[in-house]
Design a protein around this ligand. Structure first.
Ligand code: NDP
Length: 286
């Protein structure tokens, strides 16, 4: 058996086409062009690529885009001052600070400084709390992208055993909440989980976000499971691989590729959140 590939690349194209039309209609009605500001501190190569892709996606959709490239030695005060000015700026509806940040800057302070209505990453404690309560403005981009991928493949989490491996604040934890909201029975595994395989083998839907190349091997997957591989890892020879080993597609019924799976969806969901943030701005202004 070879698993069906769930293509995030294809789904992203379709969703971005729709978003472009929605944004055009919104701009016609409101006179507002959705605007996103992305801040990057330092020159981490992976972060630089992500920021470039976000800027490019904005331009493709007709959004206004600002990229603020700050030097590695930027102080927290300087960064907070830029965020404060973007919070007030009427042409900017979404603000994203690319993580990780240099060690002299507290991630928590930066996340808290972004006005919650402009927090298109949905990392601010207010937005995180809203997700927990099922009353959200924005969903965090990567887990939201995973939910779109599942829906596109006709996979309904309702009543299914859903296992999330990884419990980071940006992927694993919110992913578990979103699956729970869709009535999945959710187990969250992490580095201290005893006998991980016992859990993963129960999963009808397995979402893996650990950041370890090809860590989940085919013998850890229940035959017929749907596998979502969030991991993006670069091997010493420069190849991109996920957290799930290649042979998994012989056991799973459907699986996301790396690259071309969850990655493109993350940016697409960011574009969706930016349009939503512009709508929120328009409603408040009215
Ligand atoms: P983090 O490093 O923040 O978290 C990793 C999680 O995996 C932790 O909860 C950790 O457990 C758990 N973990 C680590 N090793 C093991 C293990 N051996 N067994 C079980 N659990 C383990 O990573 P992120 O969540 O930020 O990212 C995870 C992966 O997803 C990375 O490859 C990243 O590049 C990728 N990613 C991809 C995105 C996309 O758009 N496709 C977006 C964001 C991330 P513990 O908490 O106990 O330490």
């Amino acid at each position: 058996m070879s698993a069906k590939l769930i293509s995030g690349k294809q789904l992203s194209l379709e969703l971005r086409e729709k978003l472009k039309k929605d944004a055009e209609a919104f701009t016609r009605e409101s006179g507002i062009t959705p605007g996103l500001a992305v801040i990057i501190v330092g020159t981490d190569p992976a972060s630089t690529v992500y920021v470039r892709n976000k800027h490019r996606a904005c331009l493709e959709l007709g959004y206004y885009s600002e990229v603020h490239e700050l030097p590695e030695e930027t102080t927290e005060k300087e960064l907070l001052s830029l965020i404060a000015s973007l919070n007030e700026k009427e042409t900017i509806h979404g603000i994203l600070v690319q993580l990780p940040l240099p060690k002299q800057i507290s991630e928590e302070s930066v996340i808290r400084a972004i006005r919650p209505e402009k927090d298109v990453d949905a990392f601010h404690p207010e937005n995180v709390g809203r997700i927990l309560l099922g009353n959200y403005r924005f969903l965090p981009c990567t887990p939201a992208g995973v939910m779109e991928l599942l829906a596109s493949a006709g996979v309904d989490p309702k009543g299914k055993e859903c296992v999330v491996v990884g419990r980071s604040n940006i992927v694993g934890k919110p992913q578990a909440l979103l699956l729970l909201e869709k009535n999945g029975t959710v187990t969250v595994c992490h580095s201290r989980t005893a006998n991980l395989k016992e859990h993963t083998l129960c999963a009808d839907i397995l979402v893996v976000a650990i950041g370890r190349p090809e860590f989940i091997t085919p013998d850890m997957i229940k035959p017929g499971a749907v596998v979502i591989d969030v991991g993006i890892n670069r091997t010493p020879d420069g190849k991109l691989v996920g957290d799930v080993a290649a042979g998994a597609s012989e056991v799973a019924s459907a699986i996301t590729p790396v690259p071309g799976g969850v990655g493109p969806m993350t940016i697409t969901m960011l574009m969706k959140n930016t349009l939503e943030a512009a709508r929120i701005f328009a409603e408040r202004r009215a």
